[in-house]
Design a protein around this ligand. Sequence first.
Ligand SMILES: [Ca+2]
Ligand SMILES: [Ca+2]
Ligand SMILES: [Ca+2]
Length: 618
Amino acid sequence: MIVSANVRLVIALLGTAFISFAGPIVRKVEPPNWWTDHSLNPVRLLLHGSGLQGASVASPGLTASRISVNEAGTYLFVDLDIPRGQNPGDYPLQIRTASGSTTAPFRLDAQLPPNGRFQGFSSDDVIYLIMIDRFANGDASNDDPATSRGLFDRKKDRYYHGGDLQGIIDHLPYLKALGVTAIWMTPVYDNTNSPNVRQAVNGQPIADYHGYGATDYYTVEEHFGTLDLLSKLVNDAHRIGMKVIQDQVANHVGPDHPWVTDPPKPTWFHGTAAHHINETWQLWTLPDPHAAATLKRNVLDGWFQDKLPDLNQEDPDVAQYEIQNALWWLGVAGFDAIRQDTLPYVSRGFWRDWSSALKKQYPRLRAVGEVFDPDPTVASYFQGGTTQADGIDTGIDSVFDFPTFFGVRDVFANDAAIDTLSKTLGKDRLYPEANSLVTFVGNHDVPRFMHEARATIDKLKVAFTFLMTARGIPCIYYGDEIAMPGANDPDNRRDFPGGWKGDPRSAFVSSGRTVQENSVFEHLQKLAALRAKLEPLRRGRFVDLAVGTNTWAFARESTSGTVIVAINNGAEETELSIPYGSDGLFQNQLGVVADFSVRDGKGVIRLPSHAAEIFLRQ
Ligand SMILES: [Ca+2]
Ligand SMILES: [Ca+2]
Ligand SMILES: [Ca+2]
């Protein structure tokens, strides 16, 4: 068929008309609600839709300003100023362009009462890390949801297994009985609904069951539950005196996030999927006074594994989006604290602004950052409370104590000399507050303790005795309390036995645990109870008393008393002497076959092989 020039002209005109006269469409408003009399005001909304070029925004009772729209007309930013004393309720947005108008929902809520919420954490706490997908399946109806069909397969270790928020709610009493006072759950953000092909392993697509690849920062992953269920979980935990720590990821999003192909601004990411810096993982360059700015840039702006889109917090709209998002989750769910993923990969100036905005609204809030590095000079650089050479105090209360973690594995699992660990603690002066560090013997990113070449049940128990009595805030990785095995990720994320209907046994009850599992569980339970009872174990000064090749004695001292911890890390029974003895009575607390006597004015402790005991000085 031959199309005449006139017909071609008409088609072209119709095409133009269709584009230029299409009215505005809004599919999403972020955040979908805000609060009356909030410390962050105005709130900057991000609308997602189409045909938004040249749009005006109005909402009666509120003042809209600072509108900006991306070239594609798919994203619109607008500041909404909320007058003090404004009533909660619906405040629909009226969006108008030359081609038409539409409305989009927006709501103002009254703030949740602070009673029992936003409590922060401290060295009085015992934290328990739960990988939501692998802990317990409380609701089989969300195992393979319609919106993301096909990502559920318990036989595949990188697919969803069905664990969810209801499963955690169901087992709060188990955690309470263990002595846990705070739970940290892996992220609840909605992750991709399709197989993740960009991060395929051995040619096989994976599922982002772990939650660290957000594709929507304002929705709960449908495999885990709903926002209402999340609020219920937090409320239920609070009711039994347990705090909840939210896992947040500000550094990057998942490769399937819609922003990757249609960014709200050209400067939304550090580069684009096609053109970006690759992450070098050279964390030491950040505190290094000799490192060129380009080396630091590689760490701050690089895309992980060439795949994970790196958000550009130097763009003020990105920074405000992320600060609002953090405040939004706290505000809707009542979380007590935040665990921040990949902290050092985001600029310290952002963390300063983030911390101060969050604490302005929630003064008791606490945050702990992941600084995955064995060197205390790197880890300490990111703990807030002091201004570093760059003139910045991050305001981040705590970091995970990876240096001590590596020492714990070397010493207690693999028989390295004890001073490997005591030398690490000897660098505590680098930290603004060493007793606020979160300590651990395992987490979801490293092989399990029991996977170490020379690990035994007795050694795990010694490691736990150290964890629960040394300075810091102990964090237990789910399953370590029953000595679960597992090599590197994802094998270290096996399903907790008994979390699934039809499991052959349940390790949530003592009758379902093996003798060895019970011995670790009961040991940890006893340690948690002692830590709760003996204030020096939580808040006392940490004092090294005696360090040998395989022996260690340290004290925790406060005005309320002295507690002494003695460790034999050797394969033979041994004695160690401490500079206490004649001036007090020492009672052992754990029931280990240990003996305390006084010889030549010094206390002498006799310990069996691979054992540790706690003594209370009366
Ligand atoms: Ca489920
Ligand atoms: Ca999803
Ligand atoms: Ca980054």
